[in-house]
Design a protein. Structure first.
Length: 190
């Protein structure tokens, strides 16, 4: 395919139900014409505004606060800065290696499941969600009904701790109770 044919395809013939096709083509063009699927997936993840917003909130909620309290970083509006001042290339490389080792150790000890608490890769099937909501009908912790607060299906044993999507591991909690419980314990309120 020639340059002009690709341009015509992009501008006129590409049918779109999402941004995936032009994003993939742009990624290949920016990479000089070829990229691995993993490289493309990283670009897609970075371009996914919902994921960017999710991580923006998560970063502000936990690691920024903790590292600021330990005086490791300074936060100036949206700018985050190391509190160390200027580091040499060798110092940066040493500290990057230390970070990589801590990440590797954590992922080895927790497995790939360490990420599933953040991004739900295997959601509760709709039919199972329906049966759990029909079974419980109200928050199993505080008794709130659907008129009081949105009801959610909670994993008794959290997904991040090995819990599954089976009906026996699910209970209904209202949104405030579910947010409060988070993945902190495996209490069955039924």
């Amino acid at each position: 395919m020639r340059h002009s044919e690709l341009g015509t395809f992009i501008r006129e013939r590409m049918k779109m139900s999402h941004v995936y096709q032009p994003l993939l083509l742009r990624t290949l063009l920016e990479a000089g014409g070829a990229a691995t699927v993993r490289q493309i997936a990283r670009v897609f993840a970075a371009a996914d505004e919902a994921q960017v917003q999710f991580y923006d909130k998560r970063i502000r909620k936990m690691p920024l606060r903790v590292l600021k309290r330990h005086k490791v970083i300074r936060v100036e509006g949206d700018l985050v800065r190391l509190a160390t001042g200027k580091l040499s290339f060798a110092q940066q490389a040493e500290l990057i290696a230390d970070c990589n080792q801590r990440i590797a150790d954590f992922l080895i000890s927790r497995g790939e499941g360490a990420w599933t608490g953040m991004i739900q890769l295997d959601p509760v099937p709709d039919t199972v969600r329906y049966w759990v909501l029909a079974r419980d009908r109200k928050c199993r912790l505080c008794g709130a009904g659907p008129d009081d607060s949105p009801l959610e299906v909670d994993h008794i044993v959290p997904r991040s701790k090995g819990g599954d999507n089976g009906e026996n591991n699910l209970q209904v909690l209202c949104r405030p109770c579910n947010r409060g419980k988070s993945n902190l314990d495996a209490t069955d309120f039924r």
